[in-house]
Design a protein around this ligand. Structure first.
Ligand code: FRU
Length: 486
């Protein structure tokens, strides 16, 4: 088969093209050139964190997907590597879609979805394996696909069958795979293997519930000691209470797998992140602590305008910084990755600050931390002399975060609807509201009480270099820290 999407062509293109860096992140990962979406194959291999990602190098839009690749010694600084997989086979010719990685006998195995449009013009999705000795150069398994439409249980779609996340439990390998029923209900399938090559269908591990919309993408199953959790993304979900429609949304679903029936019993479901730009998170166990995973998500949203594309900057999309997803005291918490937190050099610090209406300071930094009593409400405004700003109000009284990027470059959906304001409920269990904010060139990641997170992009013509903190109630701000990631 002749195919113009070869690894060689992709790597040459990347070497010979550069991006315009106006909005390009300094901390978060973005592609050297081109479009990215989901993180794939997040894993530790030979003591380094590997990040593969959905990548179309040739344009700043989604296209025939490849797997881009980077690695990091510390989970913070990334080294770009050659593209790992190109859509160069009959079974993946229209896209090497999302998947995951696992180490076996010292080799790195990738399991990914081959996306094709067949001669009848119908979509088919199959699961495939690629193997590497060094974690850099991958060879696709000669008997691919390892799962195809014959392996899909009756009543489930053979077109939407994607994003295998592989894991090992005792001496078996398992993969959870995003799926939907033929009557358009999201669900997750479980497959089992002894050797990563021969797979068999095991169960519908997560049957449909209303939160799963009409398709599940990128399911990830985290097995903690006392409970389990699915992180997954659902398409076309409508909130019954508010009527709000989400074309894409990511959930944390807590519960427990029953390993006799291979079905996950759901305890609770909540949004994984309240921001505009957070999708398809994927995790890996990083330490000997079985309760601690590192997770990275695509910090972007589908079908919204992208200033870096519109202005022909030759790149689109970025990842969140790694975060920790951990079971602690029976709860699942999310907090910044310690290596990144430790890299913050505090430039200004006040233990206790009594705020009289407002406080203003030049802001050349990218980190803000503080605590207030949960009976308070304060507003942070990051602005510049061009009239651009983002604002966030931490409202302990209403128990919500109000975020606005109204005064930044316009971002709209395919219907022309602008997305620039959001209210995110933050039910506070403790007396304090503890906030940590990481600001990159075109994005913000907010962590509240290691529990609620809010992740969003914003695009400004000039840096936001003035910080104003204001409140109507003269609150005490504790442990106010301003800092810079170095
Ligand atoms: C999620 C997703 C996956 C798919 C990939 C294609 O964002 O739609 O389901 O594998 O992106 O790029």
């Amino acid at each position: 088969m002749t195919n113009k999407y070869t690894l060689e062509r992709a790597n040459n293109y990347i070497k010979n093209n550069t991006v315009v860096k106006d909005f390009y992140p300094k901390v978060n990962f973005a592609a050297p050139v081109g479009w990215i979406n989901d993180p794939n194959g997040v894993c530790i291999f030979k003591n380094e964190l590997h990040l593969f990602y959905q990548h179309y190098p040739y344009d700043s839009v989604h296209g025939k997907m490849h797997w881009g690749h980077a690695k990091s010694k510390d989970g913070y600084h990334w080294e770009d590597l050659d593209v790992a997989l190109a859509p160069d086979q009959v079974y993946d010719k229209d896209g090497v879609f999302s998947g995951s990685a696992i180490e076996k006998d010292g080799k790195l195995y990738l399991m990914y979805t081959g996306h094709i449009i067949n001669e009848a013009g119908e979509i088919r999705e199959t699961q495939n394996i690629a193997i590497s000795e060094d974690g850099i150069k991958f060879e696709k398994y000669k008997n691919n696909p390892v799962l195809d439409e014959k392996d899909v249980p009756e009543g489930s779609s053979i077109q939407d069958f994607r994003d295998p996340k592989v894991f090992k439990k005792e001496d078996k390998y398992y993969a959870v795979i995003g799926s939907k029923t033929n009557d358009e209900r999201g669900q997750v399938l479980l497959y089992e293997s002894d050797d990563l090559f021969e797979w068999k269908f095991k169960s519908i591990i997560l049957p449909y519930n209303e939160f799963l919309g009409d398709m599940v993408e990128c399911p990830d199953l985290l097995l903690f000691e006392d409970k389990d959790a699915f992180l997954l993304s659902a398409m076309n979900y409508t909130d019954k209470d508010t009527g709000e429609f989400y074309p894409h949304i990511s959930w944390i679903i807590e519960g427990k797998v029953d390993w006799t029936t291979f079905v996950f019993d759901v305890d609770s479901i909540r949004k994984m992140d309240g921001g505009f730009d957070f999708y398809a998170p994927q995790t890996a166990l990083i330490s000997s602590d079985p309760n601690e995973y590192i997770g990275i998500a695509w910090q972007q949203a589908w079908h919204r305008t992208l200033p870096s594309h519109d202005l022909e900057h030759k790149w689109s999309g970025q990842m969140t910084m790694p975060r920790i997803i951990k079971e602690q005291g029976g709860e699942i918490i999310q907090k910044p990755y310690s290596v990144i937190e430790d890299a913050v050099k505090v430039t200004d610090e006040v233990e206790e600050y009594h705020l009289e209406t407002s406080w203003q300071n030049n802001f050349e930094d990218n980190y803000i931390e503080f605590e207030i009593d949960s009976s308070e409400k304060i507003k942070l405004l990051l602005s510049n002399s061009q009239g651009e700003d983002i604002s966030m109000t931490f409202d302990g009284i209403q128990q919500q975060l109000n975020f606005s990027r109204e005064n930044t470059l316009r971002i709209e959906d395919i219907h022309g609807k602008v997305f620039n304001r959001s209210s995110y409920p933050i039910p506070i269990k403790n007396k304090k509201l503890q906030v940590k904010i990481f600001i990159d060139v075109s994005s913000i990641q907010i962590f509240i009480n290691n529990d609620y997170t809010f992740t969003s992009t914003f695009y400004t013509k000039m840096p936001l270099d003035l910080l104003t903190i204001s409140s109507e109630s003269n609150p005490i701000i504790n442990n106010l820290k301003i800092g810079k990631l170095q």
